[in-house]
Design a protein around this ligand. Sequence first.
Ligand SMILES: *Cc1c(COP(=O)(O)O)cnc(C)c1O
Length: 463
Amino acid sequence: MDKNKKQRSWAEPYKIKMVEPVRISTFEERKKAIEAAGYNTFLLRSRDVYIDLLTDSGTSAMSDRQWAGMMMGDEAYAGSENFYHLERKVRRFYGYKYIVPTHQGRAAEHIISQIMIKKGDYIPGNMYFTTTKLHQELAGGTFVDVVIDEAHDPDNEHPFKANVDLDKLETLIIEKGADRIPYVSIATSVNMAGGQPISMENLKQVRELTQNYGIPIIHDMTRVAENAFFIKQREKGYGDKPVREIVSEICCLTDGATMSAKKDALVNIGGFLALNDKELFKKACNMVVIYEGLHTYGGLAGRDMEAMAIGITESVDEDHIKARVGQVEYLGKKLIDMGIPIVLPIGSHGVFLNASKILSHLSQDKLPAQTLAAELYLDAGIRAMERGVVSAGRNPETGEHNYPALELVRLTIPRRVYTQAHLDVVAESVEAVYENREAITGLEFTYEPEHLRFFQSRFQKIE
Ligand SMILES: *Cc1c(COP(=O)(O)O)cnc(C)c1O
């Protein structure tokens, strides 16, 4: 390509066939709404939000094909056609042999944890995820973080921050014994690291190491297509490979998977557990009838399985995935150009604002990330999520706040929902809040529930 050539604009690879109106509120209305919500964006009503970047979970826009598929729901209790369609797609795109549908990702995590983990086991993983870790613990296991140290540093620009530290992993195996490790849990495009990928090279090394000890790998494949796209962009030898082939190569290096289809697979509800081992599959079928439903629907309507089957194909489409990750990059680059401190490299599903740098005049006990999220809402009706001291909770022994190293606000981009124009509005709002940052005084708790306090806590402004 000619280096001097002007960078050309790009646009979303879809056009709009149906619209959902969103309301642009006044400052007075927003002030009332955020006060009524106790300055917690989780307590806002969706109708009061203009651009909703709370999460990318279940918030995707489905395609016309998926909606057409919804009309083809085979709502038989047993043996629905849609189940067999879904099973074919999982085999074709991911290569796993057996599939158990579940109502969402955590239900698959529940089943795999219960059938594989024994009391006193250890489950190494490339950074924790809230529901994954909780189900491992409920089954009597202990999660052990074996991600590389770079993952915990917001300024480190390592291209594969979700890589496993092989020394940490092998040390754990030797220390605890391979028979105490039922599986290694590998997530693709790791959420808690900011949507960062694992490299194919590292995954192959993990495979080799664990095979030597006879330990299987269970893959949290919630964002596998996004991870595959980063491999295509960043890893030597993959630049010309189709994303769908990279996805399949990743899956082939693992023994089973849990999927929250509410993310990459472009549906509003759904998930599955996939396995290669027939005996484990039988156990999973036994569990799913207790907690979800028969093994050919697992808590889903036929139409939901159909939408998922179609979404799987669309999720690995080159134009789609390029635009999906490209939108996040577009917003991230805009913010960098404005001089706003964000976590680097830019992730696959969202941009993480560094609230401790943006509101550097506020100490962490004045809840800078919670404050920043509330200010963003006030400025233009944009809803983001706190990922800082409020999310980190309290130390159960001392009762003190846990003070995490990262004090972040996550701007999560739903798939195919907003246009670049919406993202321009978001960037300008962040900039406006940034310019007025000195006047921002912080928040204090007025109500604090005991568990997962970020969901329901209430706050007031510090005067
Ligand atoms: C969302 C998510 C889950 C849990 O899935 P649900 O569908 O919300 O139950 C598990 N792992 C990761 C990485 C996720 O992002």
